[in-house]
Design a protein around this ligand. Structure first.
Ligand code: ADP
Ligand code: MG
Length: 492
């Protein structure tokens, strides 16, 4: 006997059984086909070797609730507990999808089914009189509450100390401390300064998160921590704190990938990440283009920067223009009054680059071009508009980022684009992303800004996905992995 997820290819087998089981009110083949195919449904069949039973679940994103759509077992295969097994699979699936309850309707005269559901923990919450026609039998509405795990997430990959708490796919707290101001006199994040700042901030940030969620450590079911990629010394602080908490409070610990966490953040916006998606992550430390087919099993790095990160380019160009750190917001503000009248180079977009480095980025040539342009004007004693330089620079960055991201969507036939990282604050990037996505029939996802920049909630959300999927915790042996590959979602 074998349990298999059903798809359109099983339509004939499902319809044969459906018509046998429900001769009076079988679903039409058309509606069954769209149910089997829909992204918000999960149908499971049991084969021996032919299909002898099936059951289906439906979950709408953001509802935190799933419904049993149907369940049927061939007459000659009853009495072997197949219905119970199918139901147990669907309960596990609802849990994995982040649902906080599972609902179903059952005929009031179906005693066998009702006692199975009661046994599985369902309770009757309502009745629909004479729902099943023509017999006029009542429908009982039953509900199974699902307790989702409460997960605490710790983020310390760069200059943000983040502690977030989620339950299932629901955000409970997102406390943050940034050491950005301490780096401003150096014009960029100084690793040692960041690590020391994490040490000072981690405890108060943890306390703030627990207070925000109105929870104590004893309420936490699991701890997740970003173990890379990021600054080694900064990572060590978060990892040390997470291990200490896990040991002291006897909690399972999950070491998770920071970059995949950025993708996982969207779970907290709509109760689920809709997949597949292309993800463009742009921050002070990263510029990465990912193809995510499954958050836990299938994340592919399509390309990344071969020199500076996009945010770093903003910070360096700001310095050239005499603006303080962090440069991104400064340039964004200045550019609003400028005109795009200088054609700065778009790194790795020449035809030969588009073959070899189709999804990679390079911003160091652009940075140099801006510096040359400014020096030339200054040497010649010319009056030049900083606003125009800022606007033209910003346009070049935005153009390259989006050209490559939209190419990826088209190349892989994925009509979804998710943005993450601090550079997503950029007004022009957001505006142009929306324009290009609309023009190409691509759905654009931008989580709220507190979930785009580095934060603990996204780490908790990814940890929670692992717990809900029944993954084993990590051992205590893992360390900081400053160059952790994006394919490694969890470090064992
Ligand atoms: P990291 O912590 O890896 O440096 P963050 O996600 O904290 O990255 O983002 C910080 C980066 O985002 C900085 O490089 C900053 O200049 C950039 N940034 C912030 N706001 C903007 C903006 N409006 N436009 C462009 N870049 C921005
Ligand atoms: Mg940061």
């Amino acid at each position: 006997m074998q349990f298999l997820e059903l798809g359109k290819e099983h339509l004939t087998a499902v319809m044969d059984l459906e018509q046998k089981l429900f001769p009076e009110d079988a679903w039409s083949a058309t509606s069954m086909a769209s149910e089997l195919d829909a992204s918000h449904t999960y149908y499971l069949g049991v084969f021996d070797p032919e299909l002898i039973g099936y059951a289906g679940l439906s979950t709408s994103a953001g509802s935190f609730s799933s419904d049993i759509q149907t369940i049927g077992i061939a007459l000659e295969s009853r009495g072997q507990g197949l219905g119970r097994m199918l139901m147990q699979h669907l309960v596990a699936k609802a849990k994995e999808l982040g649902s906080e309850q599972l609902m179903l309707e059952v005929r009031a005269d179906n005693q066998a089914a009702i006692s199975l559901y009661l046994d599985l923990g369902f309770v009757q919450i309502d009745v629909r009189k004479r729902y099943y026609q023509p017999a006029g039998v009542d429908a009982l509405i039953m509900r199974l509450p699902i307790k989702q795990p409460i997960v605490l997430g710790i983020e310390s990959t760069c200059d943000e100390t983040g502690v977030g708490i989620v339950q299932g796919n629901r955000l409970l707290a997102n406390a943050l401390h940034s050491s950005m101001d301490e780096h401003s006199k150096y014009g960029g994040v100084v690793p040692e300064v960041a690590a020391r700042a994490h040490l000072e901030a981690i405890r108060p940030t943890l306390e703030k998160a627990l207070a925000e969620a109105k929870l104590s450590m004893s309420d936490i079911d699991a701890i997740a921590v970003a173990n890379g990629p990021g600054l080694a010394g900064a990572l060590m602080v978060g990892i040390g704190a997470a291990k200490g908490l896990a040991l002291a409070h006897n909690k399972p610990l999950y070491a998770v990938n920071h970059l995949v966490g950025h993708v996982g953040a969207d779970v907290l916006e709509r109760g689920a990440v809709e997949l597949p998606t292309i993800a463009l992550l742009v921050s002070g430390g990263h510029t990465s283009l990912l193809l995510v087919r499954h958050l836990l099993n299938d994340v592919e790095l399509l390309g990344e920067t071969i020199d500076d990160a996009a945010g770093e380019a903003f910070d360096k160009v700001a310095r050239v223009l005499g603006l303080p750190y962090p440069g991104g917001p400064q340039i964004d503000r200045l550019a609003a009054d400028g005109e795009v009248n200088i054609r700065f180079p778009r790194g790795l977009t020449l035809p030969k680059d588009m073959e070899k480095h189709r999804y990679d980025f390079s911003f160091s040539g652009l940075k140099t071009a801006v510096a040359r342009n400014v020096e030339k004007a200054q040497d010649a004693g010319e009056d030049f508009s900083k606003a125009d330089v800022a606007a033209s620079f910003r346009e070049a960055v935005v153009d390259v980022l989006l050209t490559k991201a939209i190419n990826a969507c088209k190349d892989f036939g994925v009509n979804r684009l998710l943005l993450g990282g601090g550079v997503v604050a950029n007004a022009r990037l957001r505006e142009e992303a929306q324009k290009r996505c609309d023009a190409n029939g691509i759905e654009l996802r931008i989580p709220r800004f507190q979930l785009c920049t580095d934060n603990g909630a996204m780490i908790a959300a990814l940890g929670s996905q692992l717990v809900m999927a029944g993954r084993q915790p990590s051992g205590l042996g893992f360390g900081s992995e400053s160059t952790l590959e994006v394919t490694q979602v969890q470090t064992p």
